[in-house]
Design a binder for this molecule. Structure first.
Ligand code: GLN
Length: 531
């Protein structure tokens, strides 16, 4: 087994995740079995209880793990189906060590960060990689070198290197080269400091990926190489790219795959990048253009809806269409009481969400799309709110609501899943991960081209089974249900160009070459709507 460790210096949000995903992709396209692990040095067991404002979207994996959005990028770049094990957090590590201590696994010993916590980390990384059957495991260490939280993980990297040997473990350090002053000079000092910090912890970076607005100047690259004690070729310039999908090619041009293969004594293969390059050149481009509104509560931080955004781009790439996104803050629309902000969009997407803030704004958007024949896709909360809007305005159920938002509503069209009634804890207790759905005649069935699908879930509430007959009688059809037929999974509106919503999250299984069918349907309908 070989390990490529990706660390970050200077500051967060530099695109370490993209460096990790891109390196993984290049090695995979060179014929190696690659997997990826993300380490998040926070005390939460998982990302499930975190606000998207803090860390962006909560991604859901097939086994129901609620994880950091970087795992979504790994799945999309590598076409992989990763599991809970691939997101290691400080919380998980400590929990497991403390449980072992209570069981008596360390009987007689004083349990300490070194060796117990560090050994646990090494073991978890190895086991994730082994279970995935990988030859190469990319390990991205979240946070910034120098953070107190990262210390045990950096020590684990050092020990992993000792254990597996230098030929089998290498480190890529991602840093920032800022530009200051009127002459726009690229500055290496922050990079020098973070490399020093890393070295003081016993880790020698083998490659430095330097993020900057423009290409790294030759002498600047030389300076970094000198301080890192690496050849100049191993300093990779990573200026701002057109899209994250162009980054792998940027790495190919600078021979990063060759550097990694040489360093890890791997067979030298050339990555086969033709298909990927074609895709990257099509994304965000096209002869057509549509504008799609995404209405959410966290639209200021666009990463909150990253899987939707990427999925819409993939759908656009497939249909020669540039997809522009109009971000709309639901609470603002709710406050203004009008839908002016939606004017002119070609389609509307209401993504998942929780709680009442902004929910009326989202209901207004569903109402606007339904009444104006504008294509609509609702996902999870967006599905539930579409049903509420329909009950209120078509069935005349005034004040219809979800019991999540109003416990005393006269018309509880969305209610708690029965199995949730006894649930007391918040962490990892929703209906999560892959569940099968039977799809009957309608738009979704045509798009999926299948009667039986499996999609990822993350919810506590559902359509009230007592209301189904009435709703269907008025023209909203439930064309997707769970195998027992009791749980509603997809709804569609008769006589509307495209009004489709799902209780599940189709955006999580989307791949560059295979966008979610429901998002593809939305983009196709938006193109038609525009004509
Ligand atoms: N809040 C809703 C529920 O718990 C929807 C969840 C979501 O959109 N992910 O059922």
């Amino acid at each position: 087994m070989k390990f490529v460790i990706v660390t970050g210096g200077v500051l967060s949000g530099l695109g370490k995740g993209v460096t990790a995903s891109s390196s993984g992709l290049l090695l995979q396209r060179a014929g190696f079995a690659v997997t990826a692990v993300k380490i998040d040095p926070y005390l939460n067991i998982d990302a499930g209880t975190m606000n998207p404002y803090e860390h962006g979207e909560v991604f859901v994996m097939s086994d129901g793990a609620e994880v950091d959005l970087d795992l979504g990028n790994y799945e999309r770049f590598l076409g992989a189906d990763l599991k809970s094990k691939h997101n290691i957090t400080t919380g998980k590590v400590y929990k497991s060590v403390i449980e072992k201590e209570r069981k008596g696994d360390y009987l007689g010993q004083t349990v300490q960060i070194i060796p117990h916590i560090v050994n646990e980390i090494v073991g978890e990384v190895e086991s994730a990689a082994e279970e995935a059957g990988a030859e190469i495991c990319i390990v991205e260490l979240g946070g910034t070198v120098g953070d107190i939280e990262s210390m045990p993980f950096l020590e684990a990297v050092r020990q992993l290197t000792r254990k597996w040997g230098r030929d089998n473990v290498m480190t890529i350090h991602t840093t920032l080269v800022p530009v200051v002053g009127v002459v726009g000079e690229q500055k290496t000092k922050p990079t020098q400091h973070s490399i020093k910090e890393l070295q003081s912890l016993g880790i020698r970076p083998d490659v430095v990926v330097a993020r900057s607005t423009e290409k790294l100047e030759e002498d600047i690259a030389g300076k970094i190489a000198f301080f890192a004690d690496i050849p100049k070729e191993a300093v990779i310039s990573a200026p701002d790219a057109d899209s994250i999908y162009h980054v792998p090619m940027m790495f190919v041009k600078q021979k990063l795959p060759e550097i990694i293969m040489k360093r890890l004594k791997l067979k030298k293969n050339k990555p086969e990048m033709k298909e990927w390059t074609d895709f990257a050149n099509r994304v965000n481009k096209g002869n057509k253009e549509v504008e799609i509104a995404i209405i959410g509560k966290y639209t200021h931080l666009k990463d909150s809806y990253i899987s939707h955004e990427e999925t819409l781009r993939y759908a656009g790439a497939l249909r020669d269409c540039k997809v522009k996104i109009r971000w709309i803050e639901a609470p603002n629309m709710e406050e203004s009481g009008n839908t002016e902000e939606l004017e002119g969009v070609d389609a509307v997407l209401v993504p998942g969400g929780f709680g009442s803030r902004g929910s009326e704004g989202k209901i207004m958007a569903a109402n606007w799309a339904r009444e104006n024949g504008v294509p609509y896709l609702g996902v999870c909360f967006g599905f539930q709110l579409a049903v509420i809007e329909f009950a209120r305005n078509v069935l005349g159920m005034k004040g219809a609501n979800s019991t999540e938002l109003n416990k005393k509503t006269k018309y509880p069209v969305i209610t708690l899943l029965p199995e949730q009634e006894s649930v007391k804890e918040m962490g990892a207790t929703m209906r999560l991960g892959d569940h099968p759905v039977n799809v009957t005649k309608g738009k979704a069935r045509n798009l999926y081209d299948s009667k039986k699908i499996e999609e990822r879930h993350r919810h506590r509430f559902e359509v009230n089974p007592d209301m189904i007959e009435k709703i269907e009688g008025a023209g909203m059809k439930f064309t997707g249900r769970n195998p027992s037929g009791r749980r509603m999974e997809i709804c569609e509106l008769d006589g509307h160009p495209y009004f489709v919503a799902s209780q599940f999250h189709p955006e999580f299984k989307s791949r560059p070459d295979a966008p979610s069918p429901l998002h593809l349907g939305l983009v196709e309908a938006a193109i038609k709507n525009k004509k």
